[in-house]
Design a protein around this ligand. Structure first.
Ligand code: NAD
Ligand code: 6OH
Length: 472
């Protein structure tokens, strides 16, 4: 028998088992890849761009028609507040399909008229072709949003995909198959395999000789392991990896807006967003006031059951991840931090005590060289430090091996531009955070990734260009 080892899907809000999931072994991964390859030779491979785009809009329609199912599945898998998933995760899944359906229809092709040495000319034009079978490996923090961010452009470009969602959050990728079927996406174009990473489904997929490219979102260390796995086949990769993102707060900021924005940037999704700010640098004149204001926000957060409308702080994803974050909370004290608030595990006296909740936490007083300031924690936690000049703030923010996102908070637009452009990252927000336009380049520098996705950047990654040169 193949693919029969089962693993538990756990609800992080109360530790209950919500499903048993079959782990795909090498044989099942082979089947999925072969199904995808076969689909490329069938109806899917013959569809024109207009019809492909129309079907992707239908996928978006089918997601919207099942909004509540996706919502419940995502919340059960992650424990995140239902209000957040209803505002962010599920709508973004539909939006991902619509944006890339439209983008591929609008995309032009490169074309050059070339002068030849004999005084005549040639015409060059590049045609877009699918890569083939794309392996998509995704994490647990925004499962549906991040999977569809890659699935939609891959399908828009005519590829077939094999998706391996995180073992922590298998539900919504599975449910998406129903939406695909309803939308008329032919069998074999969208495949899902469940399982773990090393020595399991994820590794089988990255090492598979018939997979043409790998697109991955997750930890930087996992990205490094995947690079090794694909090296022998010289396959293209797109990596969206970790971050240790900085925020720079100037004394001339709109104080209330900034505190509100940064409370989101630190605590949204219990700090489990790759873009979250874990380092906040505040101009010295407003340092004490800012620390106090963010502390007030942290202490007012409501760590309720996910379905309660006032809940704005869910649990962490797993007992193991909570142990990792608690390790950093202990380390911060050893490294000499002042604990402004939090640092522990809350007690509720009900079923949530069996879940993986953790207190929102703020530190000050750490040296910049400490591990808590240098390493990604991925929890509801930040360190706040003062600065005295624009140059010092830029230097502090850029002193990291990561380079995903930054935010700058000031009412001085000239300063906002100047500082933003000096950030060594893929995305800098000024007076906002996680405000997304899906046409813009998205990705990271250094340990935060390879390549850019979004709009044309996604279309360029998920397709091969064949330049045709015609002598005229
Ligand atoms: P992870 O790297 O542990 O796992 C991500 C996926 O990779 C999972 O599906 C996992 O099963 C799989 N995997 C693990 N090892 C593998 C291997 N050797 N071969 C093939 N597949 C393997 O990441 P996570 O813990 O699920 O997610 C949290 C991390 O993701 C954080 O570091 C966060 O910053 C990062 N992240 C980055 C972005 C971004 O856009 N830059 C977005 C979300 C999350
Ligand atoms: C990381 O946790 C969040 C990534 C967000 C996106 O990839 C996006 O497209 O908004």
């Amino acid at each position: 028998m193949r693919g029969v080892r089962e693993f538990a899907d756990v609800n992080p809000a109360d530790g209950s088992v919500i499903a048993e999931v079959s782990e795909a072994d090498q044989g099942l991964v082979d089947d999925a890849v072969q199904a995808a390859r076969k689909a490329l030779l069938g109806e899917w491979g013959r569809l024109g761009v207009r019809e492909r785009a129309a079907r992707l809009h239908k996928v978006a329609d089918a997601i919207e028609a099942r909004f509540d199912c996706f919502l419940k599945a995502e919340v059960a898998d992650t424990g995140k507040p239902m209000a957040l998933a209803a505002k962010l995760d599920v709508p973004r899944a539909a939006a991902n399909f619509r944006v890339f359906a439209d983008a591929v229809k609008m995309a032009g092709i490169e074309c050059f008229q070339t002068e030849t040495p004999d005084g005549s000319s040639a015409l060059n034009y590049a045609v877009r072709k699918p890569l083939g079978v794309v392996g998509i490996i995704t994490p647990w923090n925004l499962p549906l949003l991040l999977a569809t961010w890659k699935i939609a452009p891959a399908l828009a470009c005519g590829n077939a995909v094999v998706v391996k969602p995180s073992e922590e959050t298998p539900a919504t990728a599975t449910l998406l198959a129903e939406a695909m079927q309803e939308a008329g996406i032919p069998d074999g174009v969208y495949n899902v395999v469940h399982g773990f990473g090393p020595g399991s489904t994820g590794e089988f997929l990255t090492q598979h000789p018939d997979v043409n490219a790998i697109t991955f979102t997750g930890e930087s260390r996992t990205g490094a392991a995947i690079m090794k796995a694909v090296a022998a086949g010289v396959k293209p990769v797109s990596f969206e990896l970790g971050g240790k993102n900085a925020a720079i707060v100037f004394a001339d900021c709109d104080f209330e807006e900034t505190v509100r924005g940064l409370a989101d940037a630190v605590f949204l999704n219990t700090g489990q967003v790759c873009l979250c700010a874990e380092r906040i640098y505040v101009e010295r004149g407003i340092f004490e006031r800012f620390v106090e204001a963010l502390k007030q926000k942290a202490e007012k957060m409501h760590a309720g059951w996910p379905t309660e409308p006032e809940t704005n702080l869910g649990p962490l994803i797993s007992a193991q991840h909570r142990e990792k974050v608690m390790g950093y909370y202990r380390l911060a004290r050893e490294e000499g931090a002042t604990v402004i608030t939090g640092g522990g595990i809350p007690e509720f006296g009900d079923g949530r005590d069996r879940g993986f909740y953790i207190q929102p936490t703020i530190y000050t007083g750490l040296a910049e060289s400490t591990r808590c300031v240098k390493e990604e924690i991925f929890g509801p936690v930040c360190h706040i430090a003062p600065f005295d000049s624009d140059d010092e703030a830029v230097a502090l923010a850029n002193d990291t091996k990561y380079g995903l996102a930054a935010s700058v908070w000031t009412t001085n637009l000239k300063r906002g531009h100047a500082v933003a452009q000096q950030m060594n990252v893929g995305i800098t927000w000024v007076n906002c955070w996680f405000l997304r336009d899906l046409r813009t380049p998205f990705g990271g520098v250094g340990l935060s990734g390879i390549g850019r996705e979004g709009g044309m950047h996604s279309l360029n990654f998920y397709s091969e260009l064949n330049n045709v040169c015609i002598r005229l």
